[in-house]
Design a protein around this ligand. Structure first.
Ligand SMILES: Cc1cc2nc3c(=O)[nH]c(=O)nc-3n(C[C@H](O)[C@H](O)[C@H](O)COP(=O)(O)O)c2cc1C
Length: 228
């Protein structure tokens, strides 16, 4: 029996969940949807997708990844999807919430029950999404990606350590004159902003005085290794 979990993450929340599920599944590998690929020759028994909610929707990269998958060999697999979210409002992305530790704990406490459901191949009917919601999330998604990476700036605190380049799941950052330069194919995951050890990357003038968040159970090294 073989399993695979395709994940997408910026701050590590969804990697935390993906890792916990992977531990419980037979012969499970973790593949980032940023740079990884689906092996269409492999026969899987479990295929999972774990990714953040962006504007009440899937991240663009995740939609792309799934659309391009050829599932002929694994059509009898148990498929599951798990999406992490902030608070459903869809507007809190640049604000650090003082409830973060509490939310992290609630989410972490919920993982074992989720894992059990998946291991048991629980069937859950897919709900019908109503049309107004569909339209508004489609607009929200367009707005997120329309801003590309134009709002990011790099302060003098940058030491050229290249952390941002390594944490970007889609290779959107390259170093130019020892400073990060953005290639306009940003997925908006905020990994560069959140993982920069000097808090040197900001969005316009909105994040300078705000805290930063990365998932406490995910190390910088494992996030970077997953991107390779
Ligand atoms: C561009 C963007 C859009 C988001 N939209 C939503 C949203 O609509 N609803 C919500 O509850 N959380 C939203 N969030 C919060 C993320 O879903 C949440 O922080 C998630 O845990 C991040 O996962 P990660 O750590 O794996 O990157 C958004 C975050 C970003 C960066």
């Amino acid at each position: 029996m073989k399993s695979v979990i395709y994940y997408f993450t910026g701050t590590g929340n969804n990697l935390q969940v993906a890792k916990k599920i992977a531990e419980a599944l037979p012969d499970c590998k973790l593949v980032s949807m940023g740079k990884g690929e689906h092996d269409s020759n492999e026969v899987y028994d479990y295929i999972g997708f774990v990714y953040p909610t962006y504007a009440l929707n899937l991240p663009r990269k995740v939609t792309q990844f799934i659309k391009e998958m050829s599932l002929e060999k694994s059509k009898n697999a148990y498929f599951f999807a798990v999406t992490g979210c902030g608070n459903i409002s869809g507007v809190a992305m640049y604000k650090m919430n003082e409830r973060n530790p509490e939310k992290y704990q609630i989410a972490t406490d919920n993982i074992p029950a989720l894992v059990q459901k998946i291991v048991a191949k629980t069937q859950q009917p897919v709900g019908k999404v109503n049309e107004p919601l569909n339209i508004s999330t489609a607009i929200g998604q367009k707005l997120i990606y329309a801003r590309k990476d134009k709002g990011f700036n790099v302060s003098d605190a940058c030491t050229g350590c290249r952390t941002c380049e390594a944490v970007c799941p889609v290779s959107n950052i390259v170093m130019k004159n020892k400073k990060p330069s953005f290639k306009h194919n940003c997925e908006q995951c905020m990994a560069c902003v959140q993982w920069c050890p000097k808090q040197a990357i900001n969005y316009k003038n909105k994040t300078q005085s705000r805290g930063r968040y990365t998932n406490p159970s995910i190390s910088l090294k494992e996030l970077i290794d997953g991107n390779k």
